[in-house]
Design a binder for this molecule. Structure first.
Ligand SMILES: *Cc1c(COP(=O)(O)O)cnc(C)c1O
Length: 462
């Protein structure tokens, strides 16, 4: 990993290990039996069978000694606990939003906000909606519109802010659907579009458009710290600012933020809604109490609030963020050097392997990204996540697959968990996968549920 530090060439893990967990190792035949049993769905594979778990960076963070210490002194009072006060103060200071509602994770924040503001027939634009965001909106009968810039759909474009929303299309959308847009969103970083950052200029532009149409602007803020780091190092004039200052300017542009604490909250569970819209609070609070918990814990233990309060600060540390972003760059460069195409430039939390380019002999209906994800597991014990036609494809009225725009396998990196030696070991193993690629077979879906099918569908090799 390369650093900007003139004295050194390596970005090191900026921490030392205090508690360790052994890695499980399995043979290829053992993994074959595991996949068979799991219906070739990596979500259904037990973690004890996985050597390197890159399924998600969500909730998989290694917590710090400071977080564990804070959990021990948590105040588990039902109402008005000290831990809530601490959590609220940290979120308030970070975002500037006066109202803070804890939730058990990000999708609970989505459900609360959407079910109080969005109705059937409404339209909600974003750069790209994350899968739970889309599913929560579609569940209400609303349309989730993706308006990312064209470069964001091109795996080879080197645009520095491929998560940007297309401002011209956003303006047109706001006119076309006037009166039917209860809120507008932007996801930072753009997870579904490859973990790509959104520039400050673009966020300012989108906020101005939403404001001019009287549409509340809600930020899906899961990776606000990584996004702030990219703004710092890539956007002209931002290098001297701290990630915290940049993040604060971003939140100042919006009416509300939805957060999964399992990402840049550096925690294993938790989330929140933060907003300046006082008029939203009565309905949000009522629904919160009905389905999540009292407003001072929102479905979490107070110790989780403590972990989040500490984690939100740690996630903004510059040494940590430099290392964090270096991980995906290091993996992406290593993969490309060995003949595995990846989406460029790499995102903050993950690298995205381009299965369509890697396996040109498979059509989208043969689910190339699912096939590649299974092969990475069989060959290396690496668990990635299909982000392609399994996750975003649709079954058309004629029963034919309407493919997704991209066929990707995401390797998402848990925070502070794996080391550079782990990365090197995986990169060596990729050479074998590249050598065998012409022999890789496609997959078909055997069984699927109506929503979020990638979690539970079962597959079979062709
Ligand atoms: C993870 C995620 C969510 C949902 O959060 P959960 O804590 O998993 O419910 C929403 N949006 C984005 C961009 C995410 O990455």
């Amino acid at each position: 990993m390369t650093t900007t530090d003139p004295e050194h060439r390596t970005v090191i893990e900026p921490f030392k290990v205090k508690v360790m967990e052994p890695l499980p190792f399995r043979s290829r035949p053992e993994r074959e039996r595991v996949l068979e049993t799991a219906g070739w769905n990596l979500f259904l594979v037990p973690a004890r069978e996985v050597t390197f778990d890159f399924l998600t960076d969500s909730g998989t963070t290694a917590m710090s000694a400071a977080q564990w210490a804070a959990m021990m002194v948590a105040d588990e009072s039902y109402a008005g606990s000290r831990s809530f006060e601490r959590f609220e103060a940290v979120v308030h200071e970070l975002t500037g939003f006066p109202h803070v509602i804890p939730t058990h994770q990000g999708r609970a924040a989505e459900r609360l906000v959407f079910s109080t503001l969005v109705k059937a027939g409404d339209v909600v634009p974003s750069n790209n909606h994350f899968d739970t965001t889309r599913a929560n909106l579609e569940h209400l009968g609303a349309t989730a519109l993706d308006l990312v810039i064209p470069e964001g759909r091109d795996p080879r474009s080197l645009h520095p802010f491929k998560g940007n929303i297309d401002l011209a299309r956003l303006e047109a959308c706001c006119r076309e659907h006037a009166g039917r847009i209860p809120l507008g969103m932007i996801t930072i970083t753009n997870n579904t579009g490859g973990g790509q950052p959104v520039s400050l200029a673009n966020l300012r532009g989108a906020a101005a458009i939403y404001r001019s149409h009287g549409i509340p602007f809600v930020i899906d803020a899961c990776r606000f710290a990584e996004n702030a780091w990219f703004i710092k190092v890539r956007e002209p004039g931002q290098l001297e600012r701290t990630p915290r200052q940049i993040a604060r300017e971003v939140f100042d542009l919006a009416d509300a933020a939805l957060m999964s604490g399992k990402k840049d909250g550096m925690s294993n569970i938790g989330g929140f809604i933060a907003t300046r819209r006082s008029e939203w609070m009565p309905a949000l609070r009522s629904l919160l109490i009905l389905t999540e918990g009292f407003p001072t814990y929102g479905g979490l233990a107070a110790r989780d609030l403590e972990a989040l309060a500490v984690g939100l600060e740690e996630g903004l540390d510059e040494r940590y963020l430099e290392y964090r972003v270096a991980v995906s760059r290091y993996m992406a460069d290593g993969l490309v050097r060995r003949g595995m195409p990846v989406m460029q430039p790499p995102g903050g939390h993950a690298v995205y392997l381009d299965a369509r380019e890697f396996l040109p002999h498979l059509s989208p209906a043969q689910l190339p990204a699912q096939a590649l994800a299974c092969e990475l597991y069989l060959a290396l014990g690496v668990r990635g996540c299909e982000i392609g036609s399994v996750m975003f494809g649709k079954t058309g009225p004629d029963g034919q697959l309407v493919p997704a725009a991209l066929e990707l396998v995401r390797l998402a990196f848990p925070r502070r968990v794996y080391t550079q030696a782990h990365c090197d070991y995986i990169l060596e193993g990729i050479e074998g996968v590249v050598a065998r690629k012409d022999a890789l077979r496609g997959m078909r879906i055997v069984e699927e549920p109506p929503f979020l099918r990638h979690f539970t569908a079962r597959f079979a090799p062709l």
